[in-house]
Design a protein around this ligand. Structure first.
Ligand code: PGA
Length: 242
């Protein structure tokens, strides 16, 4: 695991954008694994800025998102599809036919099966990750088997609370309690992984991920087994590291 520690969130976003943009320039038909949440917003702003200033093209890029809330239509302003459109895709020249996210309505089991087949056939070159304060990656909560693939899961109370604080206008009842997520096995299949973390509320999970034992109690610790992971941290997220 390569660990990069920078001063603050903005610097972490710039650092991540350097890796992302270099990879896209090296392979214009790259398959990106993308993430939602507060963490990647700064990175996505950097990518949009680069597109406006330098015109790096996404027309042949394919994207595969990590997760989506159960039952929310893509048009819902708290759905992750909507988040991706608003924060990234609508500002780029990406072809929306190349944008993939779990379909969270209808036959969930069938949709998850199709998503796993899609990931299997297409493969992800560069996967972006955040980390939950409880150490989750995607929505793979503590206790998840490392063999898990895309499926519907129940969100832990701490994740629902984290999400209510940041989204859904703080309304705990409005946060969906289930989501569809790529499994740890899908994530580990990516050729390269970049994990971004910022803030003191991530420090404990970050320490466990990097210095702790590899355990399903802290899903992100599985990344120690991956051959090509870069972790980008701000000082606060890195504050408990030795
Ligand atoms: P956050 O979520 O970026 O909103 O902190 C990260 C995650 O839960 O993976």
């Amino acid at each position: 695991m390569k660990v990069i520690i920078v001063e603050n969130y903005d610097e972490a976003s710039v650092e991540a954008s350097k890796i992302m943009l270099a990879a896209i320039k090296a392979n214009p038909s790259i398959h990106l694994g993308l993430a939602t949440g507060t963490t990647p917003v700064g990175l996505y702003k950097e990518m949009v800025k680069d597109f406006k200033e330098n015109g790096t093209s996404y027309k042949d890029v394919k994207s595969f998102n990590l997760d989506e809330y159960s039952g929310l239509p893509k048009t819902h302003d708290q759905s992750y599809y909507y988040f991706m459109i608003e924060n990234l895709f609508k500002h780029l020249d990406i072809n929306l036919d190349n944008v993939h996210i779990q379909e969270s309505q209808g036959n969930i089991e069938e949709n998850c099966k199709k998503y796993n087949e899609l990931l299997e056939t297409e493969g992800v070159d560069l996967q972006l990750l955040g980390i939950g304060s409880n150490g989750h990656i995607g929505f793979n909560e503590p206790g998840t088997s490392f063999d898990a693939v895309t499926r519907e899961i129940a969100l832990h109370d701490s994740t629902v609370a984290d999400n209510a604080r940041l989204f859904f206008d703080g309304d705990l009842d409005a946060v969906p309690k289930k989501a569809l997520t790529q499994g740890i096995k899908n994530i580990m299949n990516a050729k390269e992984i970049v994990l971004l973390a910022s803030g003191t509320n991530k420090a404990k999970a970050v320490k466990g991920m990097i210095e702790g034992e590899i355990t399903t109690d802290l899903p992100a610790s599985v990344l120690q087994n991956h051959p090509n992971v870069t972790v980008i941290l701000d000082k606060e997220a890195a504050s408990l590291l030795k």
